[in-house]
Unconditional design. Sequence first.
Lengths: 281, 259
Amino acid sequence: MASPTHPIEQTQPAVVRSTDTLLRFEDVSISFEHPVLDKISFQLARGETKVLLGEAGTGKTLILKLALGLLKPDAGRITVLGEEISAMREQEMYPLRRQIGMVFQESALFDSLTVEENVAYRLIEETGQITDEIHARVLEVLEFVELAQTWALFPSELSGGMRRRVAIARAIITQPEVLLYDSPTGGLDPVTSNTIIELIVKQRDVYHTGSLLVTHRLQDAFTMASHYFDRAQNKMVPLEDGSRRNVHTTFLILRDHKIIFEGTAPELLRCHDPYIREYLS
Amino acid sequence: MAILSLNDIAKDKVESVQAYSVLAGRSLSNLFAQPRYLADTLLQADSIGVGSLPIVVLIGFFTGAVLALQTASTLQQFGSLSLTGKLVALSMVRELGPVLTGILVAGRNSSGMASELGSMKVTEQIDAMRAMGVDPTKKLVTPRVTATVTMMFFLSIISDLVGLTGGFVISYLLLGLDPNQYWTTAYQALRFGDVFMGLAKPVFFGFIIASIGCYYGMTARGGTEGVGRATTQAVVSASVLIVVSDFFITKLLMAFFQY
């Protein structure tokens, strides 16, 4: 991965305070025509990345939408950044959502706006226009995702992988406390997928942003658990054998409306559950 | 496709009316809350007002012209050809100007709003907006409602004026009516109640056009096919509601002005 010329200034704390809880699900249930999630509970600590795995239709994307308050649970409590959102009205949630970044499965870029307007969307909401300061900030985050040259283009002029990277740039421009990634590598070729995963690892290790990541690709999940971002080399590198470096990445597997596994990569590999063995094979 | 019971259909309809009412109410209450998105409102006003102007002028002119042509033959039987101006003025200002403009703007803009917002909905752009802490009803719905209501008011006035001109052209060129007589009878025929009726209706119609278009767009489901369905439903519902509400507004205002 090429080196960005102007890395974004680090504003997040360098030390991860793992005791701080960013997100907490307590006995959350939701059903549509049939139950999708049934009394699931988990929490996300500051600086932690939780990878959500499971078959299609098990409610992984639903968890992200519940965490953002885009959907309401039928039962249970969801607490985001210390505020219980399950009882909040839509209007009350807008200020809270500004502290959360979301990367949608199909990018969900505004097709009538340029890349710059898309990335700066939140900032333009505050100022009403693109100021020199905002333009500089947009170029910084676009350099972070290595797409600085595309700022004047429209989303339709970009490839699928580039659109995902612009979506990541849009999500991180305000340096949110929580990032939610919905299948960020879905439908992409392995090389582009690796580029996206490297960006997510970079965000995790450089800014220590807590994140929930939904993926169908096991190799992406294990890459995240077995690599870290080396700032000196400015690239993602594998953990050395016997390394005690904590990459703050845990896995969560959903099946039949429930969480059937929650733990680290080594714990997952040691798991003897027949379904999980089959899922991993 | 599952067959729905009457109970489910009724519930579905009630829920739709409830969702529409909430959206329509919020589009109005947003006027009193920041941010107000003035630039978006002006952009929509340009698209709806200036964009609809050519068809409104064209249809208004020929409606006035054909009105003069049709009524003249009847009036001539009673020797009252001189009243052509009065008839065209009353018909255009009280009914045809607002209603025809409403139906034209509904056909052009209700569909446009439903397809634009519907495309945003099915590609998760509306969810992305909510996820970024931006209220889509404030950003997308209120500017469209404000712009349509304002532009419908002015478009109806233009339609009335152009319709009267169309009637005049026919009266002068084909019927040989004196221009002074045409304009004097047209002017004298209009009372305050007529003008008020002609100016109040477009405000209601503008609200119907924009709120219906936005509602069908914001609730579109099922990909491109769903967007197409939302577009059609928006035009049909807005047009029907304009005609039906026209009757009730007319009845109410006629009672108020003691016609």
